[in-house]
Design a protein around this ligand. Structure first.
Ligand code: SF4
Length: 309
């Protein structure tokens, strides 16, 4: 059997994680390694468990993505799908995930069973909050269903669909880069890459999309002037419709440079960059301790729930 190794690969989330807390970055990308093995150390097992953890908002976003993926895959397979069936699918995932987390089923299967941060750390979840999560998920699914984007996707021949929730890697220089494409299709000389957003608009959104554009150029050999990047904010669909972005060669060069610089910066911290080996002491804990209150790894750093400011 081929041995799997912890190789260095860049992603936008990895870049953000390091900026927020170098220690968390270390715990999530180095200390966790092998934590799925029965004979792993307590630290590796805990870190692995926390890499799989989600908070309520992340979980809601994952269910929105999962439901849209389910809708699109059914259509791809030529099966019928209704708005009501999509709602039921989302509600069932909410119900199942909540049960898995409450019953700590993740203790047997941390990779596949939901482990909610709020349950794990004993944070009270008022009923209004669970109602809000359910309402948010269903609103995003409804908005997707009613969107002009979905109408457009359905109108295009399935052979033009290029990706549904595709996680893949490509190279920028010698740096391996991970991306996850929510949906892509080719139509009328244009190539569209869609990104479903269940949260609010973020400062990094367009930078992330430029990274997708680099991927599309390499994976599908799409000239940059044919590419259109489409973030779809599902929380509230704008009356003005969904905005498409063209990508300029300058943006692509900038995105490339940012990836190379960020990767060089991350690798410079390693004790052995060739073998991607790191030491905990080279990755200090953040001094912005307000971050610790929402951090999944607080048990590793503080032995339990962080109670400070
Ligand atoms: S608990 Fe705080 S210091 Fe520890 S990893 Fe999380 S953010 Fe960093």
């Amino acid at each position: 059997m081929t041995e799997i190794v912890n190789e260095f690969a860049w992603s936008i989330s990895r870049h953000r994680e390091f900026q927020e807390c170098p220690r968390r970055y270390y715990l999530a990308h180095y200390a966790f390694w092998g934590g799925w093995e029965p004979e792993a150390s307590g630290l590796a097992r805990a870190c692995y468990r926390f890499t799989k953890m989600k908070n309520l908002d992340m979980w809601a976003g994952e269910i929105v993505h999962g439901t849209i993926e389910w809708i699109l895959r059914r259509l791809w397979e030529g099966k019928s799908v209704t708005r009501e069936a999509a709602r039921e699918y989302a509600v069932e995932r909410l119900r199942r995930g909540w049960k898995e987390s409450k019953e700590r089923q993740w203790e047997r299967d941390p990779k596949r069973r939901v482990n909610l941060f709020e349950h794990y750390y004993g944070i009270e979840i008022p009923k209004e909050r669970t109602d809000e999560i359910k309402e948010h998920v269903l609103r995003c699914v409804e908005n997707f269903w009613a969107s002009e984007v979905f109408a457009f996707i359905r109108s295009v021949d399935r052979t033009a669909w290029k990706a549904i929730e595709k996680r893949d890697a490509f190279h920028v220089g010698d740096v391996k880069v991970w991306v996850k494409i929510d949906f892509a299709l080719a139509h009328d000389e244009r190539f569209y890459i869609y990104d479903w957003k269940s949260g609010r608009e973020g400062a990094d959104d367009l930078r992330q999309l430029a990274c997708y554009a680099l991927y599309a150029r390499e994976r599908w050999e799409i000239p940059y002037d044919r590419l259109r990047i489409v973030p779809v904010y599902l929380r509230e669909l704008s009356e003005a419709g969904v905005q498409e972005y063209a990508v300029s060669p300058e943006q692509l060069i900038e995105a490339k440079e940012e990836i190379l610089q960020s990767a060089a910066h991350l690798r410079a911290r390693l004790v052995d960059p060739e073998r991607n080996l790191a030491r905990m002491e080279d990755f200090p804990m953040t001094t912005e301790t307000w971050r610790c209150r929402r951090c999944f790894f607080q048990e590793v750093c503080y032995g339990g729930r962080f109670e400070g400011e």
